[in-house]
Design a protein around this ligand. Sequence first.
Ligand SMILES: [Zn+2]
Length: 189
Amino acid sequence: MCKICETKPVYEFTNKRRVCKNCFIRWFQKKVLYTIKKFSMIKRADVIGYVSGECFRDEVLEDVLKYYDNKAPIEIIKLKRSHSNIPIIPKSVDKLAISNNLDVVGEKVIITLLDNKISNLKLKPVEDKIIRPLYLFLDKELLLYAKLKKLKFKVFKKNKNKLSSFIDDLEKKHPEIKRAIVNSYLKLV
Ligand SMILES: [Zn+2]
């Protein structure tokens, strides 16, 4: 049961706390505000570009940027996706928001660590003009948010190689491992 509303839970955190739909959405949106503030991602009157996409992470990013736009004096602009992963940032745009979250960053950190190239990683919450408002969320939290908010998205099959299966396996045994790895990475850089 959701402790606050005494209604059916839709999510359970690692510490066993359960939340209902409304409490989950509120928790999610508050955490976005917290992330943007904690890492000083956005200033007053900033023009924030973001890339349109079909992946659930991009859909959630768009939704939370619109949510933030209603609360703060900023401007958001949808940019066209280019062939490379990170698009060219137009001059009129102050920051480019991208949808990298804990799962994406955690996995890239592990792969790079195993490759011994950690200093080449550009995966901090803020890198020059790039901001990552979903930095502290897991995929399962983004997916649930997208479903609860009835966002339209396509589910892409993950390219499963040996290494990503190994990481998924680790995550099952140690549910907080990606969060721990990303926290260690932040201390390292
Ligand atoms: Zn509730």
